[in-house]
Design a protein around this ligand. Structure first.
Ligand code: GLU
Length: 419
């Protein structure tokens, strides 16, 4: 993509991240050139009628970063503060994620620049449908397959799929994943991001007999954060802090997670939770003295501004890109072990893949089957990362994960004759 001055619009963050692993991975200049820019992007602005008759022009975009391994895959988020660079970075991460866990997909990401809280349900439906009308040639079951991401959910996927099917006049459930089960969604997809992260965490702490000795803080209580909190709570880990976008609750003796989920289901903010524990800020949560810190909300929450004050021994990235590259270096020098997003939160896209397989075969699996296959895939990826880390003598899990993911993409590029 070029700007009005004819300059190539690259992804600065992607280039920086690649630069950091270039020598360790043994990437040539040509390979670096090929990976540092997104392949295709589409930016659209479309008018929407609000319920009161007013018209609003909405901006949206989709970036297909790399498609060497197959059709591109990745979520669509609804968020006010997204731009080309951010979405490109997220599409880049999706390319690495699908590659790392061995899926036959490239990577993409989309965003609609709105705060969904400011729109009614009917308006959100019109926005979702308009997004698909604008993107109808750009997406497709064999081109680019969207899915849920921040602030989007199965209902939004259902509207998007329905619009696509209306346009093309045929059923096409494989165009989108994360759909409601009634419309071809997979059992187990809704909890899959949390489940995948849970399997990895369970594996890491497999030798710890008394799980209640492990203190966990989780930032973000959306789909991934809340489901993971419950899974860890049920497995007897001590979840001492959770938070929503405004505030957190902290209790060093452990929180009653089922009760907190019930509280949130009533659409109440944690800042109003008076039952137990202390109300803290999101910033306080990041700095808590815990064994395991799980950022499960937005990106860049740990930066060079607060990385020094992180006291957690280990971080599992359930959000995409929660640690900035500068913070990553600080944490590494402090000896904090980080399980990167492209591994830790890959459960979502793994089950999206299963969903598409089921759609294309029109044969549906039990939840148990889905969960077992998910566990197999994510744990074998984790084990491959451990081996790569040892063989590269790499300091971080991130470098080892990037190395594996990049090598697989480059091999596909070579086989296609692009290198
Ligand atoms: N949005 C999720 C992610 O960041 C899922 C993507 C998908 O299922 O395609 O991994």
């Amino acid at each position: 993509m070029e700007n009005e001055r004819g300059e190539i619009i690259a992804c600065e963050v992607c280039e920086n991240q690649l630069e950091q692993v270039k020598s360790q991975v043994g990437m040539s200049e040509e390979e670096f050139e090929l990976l540092k820019t997104p392949r295709k992007s589409l930016l659209v602005n479309f008018p929407i009628k609000l319920d009161n008759g007013d018209v609003r022009v909405i901006s949206a975009l989709r970036v297909q970063y790399n498609d060497a391994l197959g059709p591109t895959k990745g979520g669509v988020r609804f968020h006010e503060s997204v731009d080309f660079d951010e979405v490109s970075k997220l599409a880049f991460l999706m390319s690495l994620k699908t590659s790392l866990v061995g899926l036959p997909y490239g990577g993409a990401k989309g965003a609609v620049k709105i705060n969904p809280k400011n729109f009614s349900r009917a308006e959100l439906e019109r926005i979702s449908r308009a997004f698909v009308r604008e993107m109808k040639e750009f997406i497709g079951p064999r081109k680019d397959i969207p899915a849920p991401d921040v602030n989007t959910n199965p209902q939004i996927m259902a509207w998007m799929m329905d619009e696509y099917e209306r346009i093309f006049g045929e059923k096409s459930p494989g165009v989108i994943t994360g759909k409601p089960v009634e419309l071809g969604g997979s059992l187990g997809r809704n909890k899959s991001t949390a489940k995948g992260a849970f399997y990895v965490i369970e594996k890491i702490y497999q030798d710890v007999r008394d799980k209640s000795s492990i203190k966990v803080a989780i930032q973000g209580f959306g789909n991934a954060g809340s489901n993971l909190a419950l899974m860890l709570h049920n497995a007897k880990f001590k979840v001492v802090a959770v938070s929503d976008s405004r505030a957190g609750v902290y209790n060093p003796d452990g929180l009653n997670i089922p009760e907190l989920i019930e509280f949130k289901n009533k659409k109440m903010p944690f800042s109003d939770y008076a039952k137990e524990g202390e109300i803290i800020t999101n910033e306080d949560l990041i700095k808590l003295e815990v064994d395991l810190l799980i950022p499960a909300a937005l990106g860049d929450v740990i930066s060079e501004k607060n990385a020094d004050e992180v006291k957690a021994k280990r971080i599992v990235e359930v959000a995409n890109g929660p640690i900035t590259p500068k913070a990553d270096l600080i944490l590494e020098s402090k000896g904090v072990e980080i399980i990167p997003d492209i591994l830790a939160n890959s459960g979502g896209v793994i089950v999206s893949y299963f969903e598409q397989v089921q759609n294309l075969a029109t044969y549906y699996w039990s939840e148990e089957e889905v969960d077992n296959k998910l566990k197999d895939k994510i744990i074998s990826a984790y084990e491959r990362v451990l081996e790569e880390k040892a063989s590269l003598n790499a300091k971080s899990f991130r470098t080892a994960s990037y190395s594996l993911a990049i090598k697989r993409i480059l091999e596909a590029e070579r086989l296609r004759g692009n290198l």
